[in-house]
Design a protein around this ligand. Structure first.
Ligand code: NCD
Ligand code: ZN
Ligand code: ZN
Length: 433
């Protein structure tokens, strides 16, 4: 055995705390070889670590990360994003295509793979391909090669951050049919550009606190309704990123009965409302915007009900200088990889979320939906991607300590109970406090 983790506390995967257990986990090379009751084995190993009953979950899979790099390496690159992911407990990240160049053809995809290789990081990378009104042939050509590192096709129904917009519903249908043929998911940024363009914004304050009125909720609700209809029509698996409103929750709850719909929530939509924008301004400017307290309540309920499947950070780094511009000129998005697990554990400690949902939200469901068969579960034979958590550790979010280049956060100064202690990828400790 290469490594034994002793006295690791595992969850049983359901709500029954009695079924949780302390175990020893034997790892050979990159795989989990054996899991047995704590202290029951005397197998020797090259290395041992006693976890003293700390909680161990499958390494996080974050389906929604903007790594940037290439033309936007000044905002973030694979080295810093990878380090941020591992610090935050995420061992697999799916990179979004709104990069420079966008991931819309084979050349751009190769460039991205090369950027990952050049960073020599330990995080496992997967890619979303980007769709436009004109790139269907390129997408089809890329998918014909059956790329194992591609999880699906992302489309944006509105402009949000250096991205292409798909305007034509016929293109949306064609993209969904194309993805379905290749057994892949379509992810969508749901806000509809035509709706945003029609929004009455004269007289609104030019300040981030009015961002939710500049980009009204109807636009994301309409987009979600449209996409759920098209998912039912095309049979495509639809991955709804950053669900933010009570109305979308109701639409998704209903649509799941007759379409393959998977819903993601971000930690910021789950735990913050727009009130905070008066204090933090553009730092909290994000698309879709932070919403109302009733939306936060509806999203938390939807997580508890299982209507929400995954948590995606929407890690979207920009420089602090860019965020310091006047409201209209400041880009939307902020980093999230290093706060997700702490925020979720904190919510468990506050009684907002049940602990047993954490693996589902942070890895298991994503592994199942996107066909990552070797991870997302702690089981013999699985890749030894693991995160060690201390649910009782108290800490304060301090962006100065972030690994990402974007050292600010809407959660800065927040005191959390529950923290990432260490992360292992493929059986190797890659980060620990
Ligand atoms: C994202 C970005 O910066 O790439 N910004 C954001 O506000 N969420 C794009 C996106 O996910 O919409
Ligand atoms: Zn988006
Ligand atoms: Zn995003």
């Amino acid at each position: 055995m290469t490594l034994i983790l002793r006295n690791a506390h595992l969850l049983s995967g359901d709500a029954n705390p009695d079924r949780a257990a302390d175990v020893d986990i034997g790892i050979r090379d990159s795989r989990i070889e054996i899991i047995c009751a704590a202290g029951s084995t005397s197998i020797a190993a090259d290395r041992e670590a006693d976890l003293n009953g700390l909680l161990v979950l499958p390494g996080g899979i974050d389906p929604h990360v903007h790594v940037r790099d290439l033309g936007q390496a000044y905002k973030e690159d694979w080295s810093t994003a990878g380090a941020a992911a591992l610090r935050g407990g995420f061992t697999t990240i799916f990179d979004m295509p709104n990069t420079i160049p966008p991931t819309e053809n084979q050349v751009a995809l190769e460039q991205k793979r090369e950027a990952v290789r050049a960073a020599h990081g330990n995080v496992d990378a997967r890619f979303w391909l980007g769709a436009t009104d004109h790139t269907l042939i390129d997408l089809e050509a890329m998918l014909q090669r059956r790329p194992a590192d591609v999880v699906g096709i992302k489309l944006f129904l509105a402009g949000t951050s250096s991205n292409e917009v798909v305007h034509d519903p016929e293109t949306v249908r064609a993209v969904m049919r194309c993805a379905a043929r290749h057994g892949l998911a379509v992810a969508v940024h749901e806000e509809l550009q035509a709706c945003l363009d029609a929004a009455e914004t004269t007289g609104l304050p030019d300040h981030a606190s009015a961002h939710g009125q500049h980009r009204p909720r109807e636009c994301t609700v309409e987009g979600t309704r449209l996409m759920c209809r098209l998912a039912a029509e095309t049979g495509c698996t639809l991955y709804l990123v950053h669900v933010s409103t009570e109305e979308e929750v109701a639409i998704i709850r209903e649509a799941k009965a007759h379409a393959r719909i998977v819903a993601e929530v971000t930690p910021h939509h789950l735990f913050l409302d727009e009130e905070i924008l008066h204090r933090i301004g553009n730092v909290g400017k994000v698309n879709p915007p932070l919403r109302e307290p009733r939306d936060v309540r509806a999203l938390q309920q939807a997580v508890r009900d299982g209507v929400i499947d995954t948590v995606g950070s929407d890690h979207a780094p920009h420089t602090l200088d860019e965020k310091a511009r006047p409201y209209h000129a400041a880009p939307s998005g902020f980093p999230g990889l290093e706060t997700t697990f702490g925020l979720l554990l904190n919510a468990v400690n506050r009684g907002v979320l049940p602990l047993h949902l954490l693996p589902r939200l942070t890895s298991t469901r994503a592994a199942d939906v996107f066909g990552l068969v070797d991870r997302g579960r702690i089981a013999e034979g699985a890749r030894a991607d693991l995160v060690v958590l201390d649910p009782a550790h108290k800490w304060t979010v301090d962006p100065v300590l972030f690994r990402t280049k974007a050292r600010y956060s809407p959660f800065a100064g927040m005191q959390l109970t529950g923290a990432v202690v260490a992360t292992l990828t493929a059986g190797v400790f890659v980060d620990y406090r």
